[in-house]
Design a protein around this ligand. Structure first.
Ligand code: FCB
Length: 472
């Protein structure tokens, strides 16, 4: 790294525990491309992206980062960032092209190679089993609306742990089930593009059941670290009015507690019937029991907070959130609010006990220049990561059981309904050529990892003297 790559104020955050896990994250549909290679089947995201009007820039994940062919180069990038862990998802459609039935060995072989290469490089794989790319064949049978979906998922998970479980020990069952149910089944903004509150609730229930069923499969398979990754977003009332206060409380139940209360406490939040009205359906006691078996690890995906207003005339639920006017936002329009991460970490500890936590996603899209030549100067991303790591460190000092941190994302990639317009990567991708280039934030993250376990005394002016010497 040349020193001029990093902005002058690129301090790192020291004092993390020596065994803290440092990683980067991706998901299959967002990076792999080659959706039908080697016998893979189509997913709901293939279908959704091919429908005109669904993706802001008219693109799809057909090529994405071409990771399916360039995976070895991407492991080399992970190595040069110095991460100890990589969180990626496996595409159900590569393994079971029709969602159930015959296993596609060529698809499994891709993940076999990736896992082997990661391990040979000294990087621990953290596998997300479902990051939104349901096999299209299962959607034709109702997808997450079908009560059988939990069993379909469990069968797929059984294949994955059978094939990779000798080398992969860390698993997340689902990524962000709230996004699947809300954006996929209520707002229609994401695949499968449905818009129905009853279906939203059915999908939520089946996702909770699917988590429980997958957990049982992984437990039966031996000694695995299992959890799920959820998006958590503080819901702050816009005003003191009782209508806005109630709106914020309901939004908090809907977004943050809807999945975690059943999974940790074995019950639904009391106010869910108020949120859903006629569409409310509860799980049975037996289903709640199955879903609430202990997990080893909770993944926290944190990006923003919402300032919430009562919105009785909205299209769906009686609340609406957004950034506080005047506060800085990312290119997603998401408010930059690091204190919210600390708030969430404290809330988790106080609400659900001392389960080990990992921040499985945190990061930001900014309008970076394309990575054509030279370095990509992305000082705002460095500041974002720095400030979120500072509050993470503070939370650890305050007794939060935080074990790791994964930046979203390793690479600029296909950001769902926004296509390639939103760049989250530590590594810039030229989508014309597929060329990758480590951004200034990637260089900074490498220094962060190299020096993070050092005590405060090792720093000079907030920068890491020892880590710097190792670079040169
Ligand atoms: C999260 C998703 C991830 C990515 C980031 C920006 O909700 O899990 O795939 O899109 O947002």
């Amino acid at each position: 790294m040349s020193k001029q790559d990093a902005p002058a104020d690129a301090a790192t955050v020291d004092g993390f525990p020596p065994d803290f896990v440092w990683g980067a994250a991706t998901s299959a549909y967002q990076i792999e491309g080659s959706p039908t290679a080697d016998g893979a089947g189509l997913s709901i995201w293939d279908a959704f992206a091919r429908t005109p009007g669904n993706i802001g820039d008219g693109t799809s994940g057909d090529v994405a980062c071409d990771h399916y062919r360039r995976w070895r180069e991407d492991v080399t990038l992970l190595k040069s960032l110095g991460v100890g862990a990589y969180r990626f998802s496996t595409a159900w459609t590569r393994v079971l092209p029709d969602g159930t039935g015959a296993v596609n060995d060529a698809g499994v072989a891709f993940y076999d190679r990736l896992v082997d290469e990661l391990l040979a490089t000294g990087i621990t794989p953290y596998v997300t089993l479902y990051h939104w790319d349901l096999p299209l064949a299962l959607d034709m049978r109702g997808g997450w609306l079908n009560p059988d979906s939990a069993n379909w998922f469990a069968d797929y998970v059984a294949v994955m742990v059978d094939r990779l479980g000798d080398r992969v020990r860390h698993w997340f069952t689902l990524n962000e089930p709230w996004v699947v149910s809300d954006l996929g089944h209520l707002r229609g903004a994401m695949a499968p593009g449905r818009r129905d509150l009853h279906g939203t609730r059915s999908a939520a229930n089946n996702l909770i059941r699917a988590h429980g069923a997958a957990l049982a499969v992984l437990r039966a398979a031996g000694d695995h670290q299992v959890g799920l990754a959820v998006n958590l977003t503080p819901q702050h009332a816009a005003t003191d009015s009782s209508a806005d206060q109630t709106a914020a409380r309901l939004a908090h139940s809907y977004i943050n507690r809807q999945f975690l209360d059943p999974i940790f406490l074995g019950r639904h939040p009391d106010d869910m019937p108020t949120v859903y009205g006629d569409a409310w359906q509860s799980l049975s006691d037996a289903e709640l029991e199955a879903a609430s078996q202990p997990i080893d690890l909770l993944g926290v995906n944190y990006y923003l907070r919402d300032v919430v207003r009562h919105a009785p005339d909205g299209p769906a639920l009686p609340f609406r959130g957004g950034p506080l006017p005047g506060r800085p936002t990312t290119a997603m329009g998401w408010e930059i609010y690091p204190d919210g991460l600390r708030e969430i970490l404290h809330w988790l500890r106080d609400s659900y006990g001392n389960v080990p936590l990992m921040i499985t996603e945190n990061g930001a899209a900014f309008d970076d220049p394309p990575p054509v030549q030279g370095s990509v100067p992305d000082a705002r991303r460095i500041a974002y990561l720095h400030d979120h790591l500072s509050v993470s460190r503070q939370a650890i000092d305050e007794g939060v059981n935080l074990r790791g941190y994964f930046v979203w994302s390793l690479l600029d990639n296909f950001e769902w309904q926004f296509g390639y317009a939103k760049r989250f990567g530590l590594v810039g991708v030229d989508f014309e050529t597929g060329d990758r280039r480590i951004k200034a934030s990637g260089q900074w993250y490498r220094r962060q990892i190299a020096g993070a376990g050092l005590p405060a005394a090792a720093t000079v002016n907030g920068d890491l003297a020892i880590a710097e010497q190792e670079q040169v």
